[in-house]
Design a protein around this ligand. Structure first.
Ligand SMILES: Cc1cc2nc3c(=O)[nH]c(=O)nc-3n(C[C@H](O)[C@H](O)[C@H](O)COP(=O)(O)O)c2cc1C
Ligand SMILES: Nc1ncnc2c1ncn2[C@@H]1O[C@H](COP(=O)(O)OP(=O)(O)OP(=O)(O)O)[C@@H](O)[C@H]1O
Length: 143
């Protein structure tokens, strides 16, 4: 039986922290499907620079990723219901409440494990590993 893992996020301007998360998520199973957040659902930080379709296409080109799909516009559990994953891999710093996600999965009858990925190691000098920091540096150096 194929063990399907879901990873999800905004993935606006890719960096090695994203690669770390997706490689770790891929290692949790046999197949990795990535749900790329719709810009309208990214409400806890600034609106993404790149359109969702472009963010999806770049994530989908990574070696660790079997398939990247656009998330649902209004109900984030719809793709989960359709895919029926074995594991949902949450990012190390994602704000989601694990207990609330687990409760909603149970309410919808979805039997799936929840795992937390680790933070990536330091990237060394001039470390960024964050889209927000990349954008800040662009503004600082080129603005
Ligand atoms: C289990 C799960 C499923 C998700 N599915 C969707 C989805 O269908 N559509 C969507 O726009 N975002 C989806 N998201 C992503 C949320 O919108 C999201 O966590 C956020 O906007 C991305 O923020 P981040 O990149 O800071 O983690 C999902 C998140 C989780 C935890
Ligand atoms: N440095 C990192 N180490 C490990 N995982 C990371 C790292 N950066 C991002 N991720 C993971 O990648 C996923 C998508 O992250 P996201 O698109 O929010 O990027 P970000 O760089 O954290 O963005 P921002 O800096 O704008 O908040 C999340 O699950 C997040 O935890």
């Amino acid at each position: 039986m194929t063990r399907t893992v879901i990873a999800q996020g905004t993935f606006d301007i890719l960096h090695p922290g994203h690669v770390h998360y997706l490689e770790e998520a891929a290692a949790m199973g046999d197949e990795l499907i990535v749900i790329v957040a719709r810009s309208s659902n990214v409400d806890h930080k600034q609106t993404p620079i790149c359109p969702a379709t472009q963010r999806r296409d770049v994530v989908g080109a990574l070696e660790a990723v079997d398939e990247a799909i656009l998330g649902h516009e209004t109900d984030i559990f719809v793709p989960i219901e359709e895919i029926e994953p074995d594991v949902i891999a949450l990012g190390h710093d994602q704000h989601h409440d694990e207990a609330a996600i687990a409760a909603e999965l149970e309410r919808r009858g979805i039997d799936c494990e929840l795992e937390r990925a680790s933070a990536s190691d330091s990237a060394g000098d001039e470390e960024l590993l964050s889209t927000r920091l990349i954008v800040d540096r662009i503004l600082e150096r080129r603005g």
